[in-house]
Design a protein around this ligand. Structure first.
Ligand code: BTN
Length: 243
């Protein structure tokens, strides 16, 4: 069956990522879905992603390319780099909080959630879901980290569609580099590593530890030091606690 590449924009949907996952067999690699409003926006660790209608960028991209799916561990950080480079166009410098948040001045600007579907051969397709706070200036205080938005940082309203256009182009460029074994985005990730050099409380494989973060390593794992040892962890092995 010939797959269709489509870029959808919807006024209202449960979740842009769920929308693409449901259509993953008929859509081509790099198809996107964005929306003004999500009724069931999904966040990490089973949280919901709240966003005022029409204010922010709610974007998902389908990845069905086999090479990219096998590079799963790089894609969160690569997407965070794409967001940072997009935002840099507005003169705003970001930091990447491994594995998938983008921070500005210690506040969360963007959250990224990768959802994958596997078969017996491994990951068959995945959806990168990105929520960037663009023009929202008031947030509910249930959030774990203090949020910010491009408007709060830049001082003016920003065209959400333009941010989307730049971001899609930047993700495609970085993902195509990865497909060609070019991991240059890692240099940017390493110099904007938010956790590097910090002592954090984290749960490692179910045990609470106080760890010193050495930084993002070449495999996009997080290198940390605790109990007199240095280990590289993937995002499933470590959960951060607010400290
Ligand atoms: C996080 O918890 O920080 C990740 C949030 C990811 C939210 C985005 S918004 C677009 C896409 N659709 C969803 O349902 N979630 C992601």
């Amino acid at each position: 069956m010939k797959r269709l590449r489509r870029n959808f924009h919807l006024s209202k949907i449960d979740s842009t990522s769920a929308y693409l996952l449901r259509r993953r067999f008929v859509l081509r690699n790099f198809s996107t879905c964005s929306a003004d409003y999500q009724t069931n926006g999904r966040g990490r660790e089973n949280r919901t992603w709240e966003s005022s209608e029409g204010q922010n960028l709610l974007l998902s991209m389908l990845i069905s390319d086999k090479i990219l799916c096998s590079n799963f561990n790089y894609l969160s950080v690569a997407s965070a780099v794409a967001v940072s480079l997009t935002v840099k166009r507005y003169g705003i410098d970001c930091q990447i909080k491994w594995p998938n948040d983008v921070y500005v001045n210690g506040k969360k600007l963007c959250g990224i959630l990768l959802e994958s579907v596997s078969n017996e051969k491994g990951i068959e397709s995945l959806v990168v879901g990105i929520g960037v706070n663009v023009n929202q200036t008031e947030f509910s205080n249930e959030l774990l980290r203090e949020p910010t938005s491009l408007k709060l940082e830049y001082g003016k309203n920003i065209n959400v569609k333009k941010v989307k256009r730049i971001l899609i182009k930047t993700i495609k460029k970085i993902f195509t580099e990865i497909k060609n074994n070019d991991y240059r985005f890692m240099e940017f990730a390493k110099v904007t590593d938010y956790l590097k050099g910090k002592n954090v409380v984290a749960e490692i494989n179910g045990e609470q530890k106080s760890v010193f973060v050495l930084g993002i390593d070449d495999n996009c794992f997080l290198s940390v030091k605790y109990d007199y040892k240095i280990v590289s962890l993937n995002s499933g092995e470590i959960t951060f606690h607010k400290n």
